[in-house]
Ligand binder design. Structure first.
Ligand code: SAH
Length: 334
């Protein structure tokens, strides 16, 4: 709940400062239960505890990778489960969170697609993943160098109102207080969502899963793009209101002998010319039911070398393939 909603549930007979007291207890002090909020009168605490259950997603299982990555299988109130991933690095930790249980976008290289969509997550369930995983890893410190990527299960732009509300809660300086510069949302390219996102005053950075260098290949790999054409996607990117510190990120999953040739790399450069963009290459993380192979490291480097002549281009290193925690592998498998 945001402050305005908290005001509403408190009712008009409570003094104005109560809502802020409760909000701060929830999002700054992060109390585990309503009765702990000693700044509130006892009668109010009782009523709130009864009417508004408070809590975070529950740990169903935690998988530990040899590289420090931790994958969390988290259980929601209705018994559905989602995954979140903790990726520690010197000076910068990242939490990857889910925005939907399952995913309705049918990308042929992604294991989450095999589940289909179960449902949208609420803003509370999105924020709850961050608070749970941060809490399990030493807590959220003031001015922390924590990055949040909405790149877990689901398509964030098909759950935009909740994603935006979660972003406001995560970034409110009077509450959790993360920087919006450190939150990134990745989309398969839902065009109406991109336009809508651009109109939001508080929004994450935008990353776009490009994944192919031609319209035909993109349609084949990401069937949803039959509806949202590559040409229109690039148009929407040109129209997107970037903030002064912001670049668009394009992700590109490399599939051996499918979209990983030098010619593909040159076409990617052409497509992204005139955009303030950078490219993140991801060598396919393989998995059961995925009919593609990963290119070798030399191919990935050769692809990068071509793109890098024109644009910043990075290779995303796979973190936690051994526990199925890497990109495209989130599927609740144990
Ligand atoms: N639905 C959103 C959010 C998921 S982000 C989106 O499509 O962007 C997950 C990222 O991992 C996407 O860039 C996707 O293209 C990539 N990905 C999916 N499956 C993968 C796999 N098997 N190996 C490597 N990357 C994969």
């Amino acid at each position: 709940m945001e402050l305005s909603e908290i005001r509403e549930i408190l009712g008009a007979d409570q003094p104005g400062f109560r809502a802020r007291q409760l909000y701060q207890a929830l999002y700054r002090r992060r109390v585990a239960a309503i009765p702990e909020i000693s700044t509130l009168p006892a009668a109010l605490r009782h009523r709130l505890a009864e009417e508004h259950p408070l809590g975070l997603p529950a740990l169903e299982r935690r998988y530990e990778s040899t590289v420090g990555t931790r994958r969390y299988l988290l259980r929601l109130e209705d018994g559905r489960t989602v995954e979140a991933v903790w990726m520690p690095e010197p000076g910068r930790d990242t939490i990857c969170i889910s925005t939907q249980a399952g995913c309705p976008v049918n990308c042929r290289f992604c294991m989450t697609a095999l589940m289909g969509l179960e449902r949208n997550l609420t803003a509370g369930e999105i924020v709850g993943q961050v608070l749970f995983v941060a809490g399990d890893n030493g807590g959220l410190e003031e001015g922390s160098r924590l990055n949040i990527v909405m790149m877990g299960m689901g398509e964030p732009l098909l759950n935009l109102p909740n994603v935006i509300k979660a972003t406001r809660l995560l970034t409110d300086p009077g509450g959790i207080g993360l920087s919006p510069r450190r939150i990134t949302l990745s989309t398969a390219g839902i065009l109406p969502g991109i336009a809508e996102l651009g109109r939001e005053p508080v929004r994450p950075r935008l990353a776009i899963s490009l994944n192919a260098s031609t319209e035909e290949m993109r349609r084949e790999l990401m069937p949803i793009t039959r509806k949202y054409h590559l040409k229109d996607l690039l148009e929407a990117c040109r129209a997107y209101p970037l903030r002064p510190w912001e670049k668009l990120t394009f992700e590109y999953v490399l599939l051996r002998d499918v979209n990983d040739s030098d010619a593909d790399a040159r076409r990617v450069v052409k497509l992204l010319a005139n955009l303030n963009a950078k490219v993140n290459l991801i060598a396919l993380n393989p998995g059961p039911g995925i009919p593609f192979e990963s290119p070798g490291p030399e191919r990935v480097l050769a692809f990068q070398a071509i793109v890098r002549r024109s644009l910043p281009c990075f290779i995303r290193k796979p973190r936690g393939r051994d526990i199925f925690a890497a990109c495209g592998q989130l599927k609740r498998n144990s």
